[in-house]
Design a protein around this ligand. Sequence first.
Ligand code: PTJ
Length: 247
Amino acid sequence: MSEIEVPESHPRYESLLTRHRIEDGVDRGITSRQGLIAQGRGEAFDYLLGEETIPSANEAERAAAAHLLLAENPVLSVNGNVAALVPGEIVELARVTGATLEVNLFNRTEERIKAIATHLREYGADEVNGLTADARIPGLNHERAKVDSDGIYAADVVLVPLEDGDRAEALAAMDKTEIVIDLNPRSRSAQAASVPIVDNIIRAVPNVTTHARELADAPASTLQEHIDGFDRSAALEAAEKRIRQGV
Ligand code: PTJ
């Protein structure tokens, strides 16, 4: 038996586990209730995608790893769904790529930021940013614009999983290299991203980490080749084709 008392051989195991983690996140004050709706939306896209990492997503995940390794100041943005679904995995990705973790919420409350930071520390994070919030993303209304001046504001590469479209567009407008994880290839976040990863975060984050481990000792020229070889429009098209046609 697993953490949800369902055998791992159950055909819907991953999906049930994901739901359980989101529910648990809401109960613990980590995930917002809107996070439940976002999860339902994601599940529908994932079902149509075949609940697997398609080849174009794997390429995006490799390009994302290369960007994070080449970055001077990479930041992984964590919201309530990310903290509930992949707490250990996002901490591990930060460790392997040398990135900083920053809690950045759509429905921002100080209590939830603190609860998420504590949760991530329980999973091994040394430092979690997001509470200082001494800078603003230009072009966004007050609460959602708050970031740390030495964190997301100063980042050259930022990973924003399950992001709301407005903020993804505003971050892209700041000329950052934006890596988005979103199961909807038509979402404004995926459309705004330099690297859109159309995959379930449950599979995507560990796979970016696997690529980062493999590329850790590669020269900068090899990392740059992976970045230059990635075609964001082709990746979005391939994901949409898979969802619409099942091929
Ligand atoms: O914790 P907060 O306050 O920052 O709020 C987080 C949510 C996710 C509630 C907030 O950012 C939000 O409302 O997001 P949206 O606009 O619902 O967008 C979420 C996107 O993530 C949608 O396009 C979903 O299809 C997608 N999504 C949902 N679950 C997953 C996912 N993508 C990848 N993996 C998932 N498990």
